[in-house]
Design a protein around this ligand. Structure first.
Ligand code: SF4
Length: 368
């Protein structure tokens, strides 16, 4: 059975453990998944002609699911998020399916999508200073989606803005209601961004490198806050990061992206135990580690992520993979299931099968 068929059936059959969903899916089997993405593809018009920037992404999320997307810059993580939000450039061509609570988003007009953004799905961006409007006090920016999507009066929206700022634990929230973004620290600005994202209690929260611009000490605080709020509100969280350490702490499931597609996916504990794709192995090997002897060179993945119009035929990783053979360049490897694994936390009874798209994974699988 191929990967996409497996995902679809897993969402339909109550007793089937799902590869890309946790066991909570089985309690919702009579409802559509919260988010079902099927063979999502994006083609962009560039100076080099039409290029396939996203080349088939499929996954399913239920309420409470936390899913991480990792990979180097240029692998398609942010493009996936923008495609889900309907924020692609005007001339981008989208094929495949994105269903939120059973509603097909790729067929909606911009006007209808606009009503869903902020209300049913929200996004936290990397750099809050550029995402916030420097000309408006923070309470007005939190109040805006409430007025727009919930028709709240200005006074009620201001009151709610204060509640939200208190919920995201902004110190001295009441005093800071009239503050402008430049009067806050980076961590405080990101808390304001989280307030805006959560204002209308969306179903899906997408966080694209939400702590990259923050000090290390603040990063963990902000991520823990996001995770806590997601759990309390029963949202689905799609977290994008290149930081494997953050992924281990914050998400239940990880998808590794390269060349505009998912090359490996697994439950987080499973992936940290066993990697099957040479790209995932390279990412893990390149992690800085404590206790290395002075002068020890960190491992790196040879070469760079190619420009999207220079991806090789067949396996996109072939130019950088030391195991590449002629057959790797003939066709894009299809996802294969490695083994079903039960998380170490048996009380949660979560299962996440492990999938990989590599012709030689059986010879290359490595354990931590
Ligand atoms: S399919 Fe071939 S080139 Fe691609 S990752 Fe596997 S071994 Fe490397």
């Amino acid at each position: 059975m191929d990967f996409v068929t497996y995902l679809i059936r897993a969402c339909q059959e109550p007793d089937k453990p799902t590869s890309m969903t946790n066991s909570s899916a089985t309690s919702h089997f009579d409802q559509p998944p919260l988010l079902a993405v099927h063979d999502l593809r994006v083609a962009l018009q560039t100076a080099h002609g039409h290029v396939d920037a996203l080349r088939g992404v499929s996954f399913v999320m239920q309420r409470g699911d936390t899913l991480g997307l990792i990979g180097e810059s240029g692998c398609g993580k942010s493009l996936t998020a923008l495609a889900l939000m309907g924020l692609l450039p005007e001339r981008a061509q989208v094929t495949g399916s994105v269903q939120l609570n059973g509603t097909e988003l790729t067929q909606l007009s911009e006007a209808v999508l606009c009503k869903m953004r902020g209300a049913r799905m929200a996004m936290i961006f990397q750099e809050p200073m550029t995402a916030l409007n420097p000309l408006h006090p923070i309470w007005k920016q939190i109040a805006e989606p409430l007025q727009l999507h919930q028709s709240m009066s200005l006074a009620a929206a201001k009151k709610r803005a204060l509640e939200l700022l208190e919920r995201v634990q902004l110190p001295r929230a009441k005093e800071r209601l009239d503050a402008y973004p430049h009067q806050l620290s980076g961590g405080q600005r990101q808390r304001v961004m989280i307030s805006i994202a959560l204002a209308c209690q969306p179903d899906i929260l997408i966080a694209d490198e939400p702590t990259t611009a923050l000090d290390v000490t603040v990063q963990k605080e902000v991520l823990s806050l996001i995770r806590q709020l997601v759990t309390e509100d029963g949202m689905g969280l799609l977290l994008i990061s290149h930081d494997l350490g953050l992924m281990r702490d914050q998400v239940d499931r990880v998808m590794v992206m390269y060349g505009g597609t998912v090359v490996e996916s697994a439950g987080t504990p499973d992936l940290f135990r066993t990697r099957a794709h040479p790209y995932t192995q390279g990412l893990f090997a390149a992690r800085p580690q404590l206790g290395l002897k002075r002068g020890t060179r960190l491992q790196t993945i040879p070469g760079n992520v190619p420009e999207i119009f220079k991806w090789p035929q067949g396996c996109a990783f072939a130019d950088r993979c030391s195991h590449a053979e002629a057959s790797c360049r003939m066709a894009v490897p299809l996802p294969e299931q490695i083994h079903a694994n039960r998380n170490a936390d048996s009380s949660s009874m979560q299962t996440h099968e492990h999938w990989v798209s590599c012709l030689k994974w059986q010879q290359l699988e490595t354990s931590a």
